[in-house]
Write a protein that binds this ligand. Structure first.
Ligand code: TYM
Length: 336
């Protein structure tokens, strides 16, 4: 008997090449991307259209976009199993982004915390793109009809808005979009800054941020200087409310080693922060070492990287065009 062909479920996600990839991007997002590429059809992209909501230096943006592709592959995303592409190479993103702008409410966009944070940080450049960014992100997602969107905790609100926009559109025109679920990992979804554990790790505070391509000695220095607390018990215990710095280091250690918090507490019982911090540093260094080395190797082969993003854009466009055509028809645009 012939086997029925069952369409694979889909996964999709992206990262802005607005800075070098860091441990938060890795643990919150990329680490979970490759794990399912045998059971899911996966699309991952460099979200370059999003980056220009904040001023970029053109040459740096180009360099980082290519480096990010090399790092995706080095993190285990096999281009044979995953469609890897540059967002601006697939024009359907901008096109569906415009359509979805018209189905996303001013009030909804005003409530987005990323907009509030970024407009506070870049008061001289609160542009329209920064405000309507979530409609483009909804387009990025809905074009591919994915089942799952693996992201860190800070993107949950945008994913929820995407679901609302999809449901609103489907409510008017019938089932055009699949309504996707965010996939947020249990550990690593919210990696905090090493030197300010009340704020999330991000490139904007480089001293508290560990970059994937950073030298081991620099990584270790950052971990040794990580803020813990002045708690006299000097004890490695998971208590995010009272010991946010220690809890963050424990979460990072748990995410890179797979150990539970109870196991970590037992491992460092009676040893204090001075012993704990460099061990976490070493574990992170060893996790990142093969990624850094492989990225450096891949970056020497520009022709290969080019072939990957070209093939990726072609595959992505094919899928995206199907959805876009359906949308254009539904809203009443005259066919070409
Ligand atoms: P971006 O580029 O800020 O971050 C990329 C991914 O990394 C995760 N992340 C973190 N996770 C844990 N701890 C942290 N400190 C940390 N910092 C960042 C983010 O949650 C995210 O998963 N709007 C998106 C990019 C995007 C996108 C999309 C994502 C555009 N279109 C479509 C998914 C689907 C963004 O700005 O992420």
């Amino acid at each position: 008997m012939e086997e029925a062909v069952v369409a694979k479920k889909r996964m999709l996600s992206g990262i802005q090449p607005s800075g070098d990839l860091h441990l938060g991007n890795y643990l919150g997002a990329i680490k979970n991307w490759g794990a399912r590429s045998d059971t899911y059809e996966c699309f991952y992209f460099m979200a370059d259209l999003h980056t220009i909501t904040v001023r970029q230096t053109p040459a740096d943006l180009r360099r980082r976009t290519l480096e990010q592709l090399a790092q995706y592959i080095a993190c285990g995303l096999d281009p044979e199993k995953n469609t890897l592409f540059v967002q601006s190479h697939v024009h359907q993103h901008a096109e569906l982004g415009w359509v979805l702008n018209c189905y996303t409410m001013f009030g909804e966009l005003s409530r987005m915390t990323q907009f509030k944070d970024k407009s506070a940080k870049h008061q001289e450049n609160i542009n329209g793109g920064l405000f309507t960014y979530p409609a483009l992100m909804a387009a990025d997602i809905l074009l591919y009809q994915p089942d799952l969107v693996p992201v860190g905790h800070d993107q949950k609100q945008h994913c929820e808005l995407t679901r609302d926009v999809a449901q609103r559109f489907n409510g008017i025109y019938g089932d055009v979009f699949k309504v996707p679920e965010p996939f947020i990992p249990e550990t690593g979804a919210r990696v905090m800054s090493l030197n300010a554990p009340e704020t999330k790790m991000s490139k904007s505070i480089p001293e508290g941020c560990v970059f994937l391509m950073e030298r081991p000695e620099d990584i270790q220095r950052k971990f040794k200087r990580a803020i813990t607390d002045s708690d006299t018990e000097n004890c490695v215990r998971f208590d995010p409310e009272n010991k946010p710095g220690v809890a963050n280091l424990m979460s990072i250690y748990a995410a890179v080693t797979g150990k539970s918090f109870a196991e970590i507490e037992a491992e460092f019982a009676g040893q204090g922060y001075g012993k704990f911090k460099p061990v976490v540093g070493d574990a992170v260094i060893e996790t990142l070492r093969p990624i850094r080395e492989e990225s450096q190797r891949l970056l020497k082969d520009k022709a290969y990287l080019e072939s990957v993003y070209r093939a990726g854009a072609e595959k992505a466009s094919y899928v995206a065009e199907k959805t876009l055509r359906k949308v254009y028809k539904k809203v009443g645009f005259l066919a070409r």
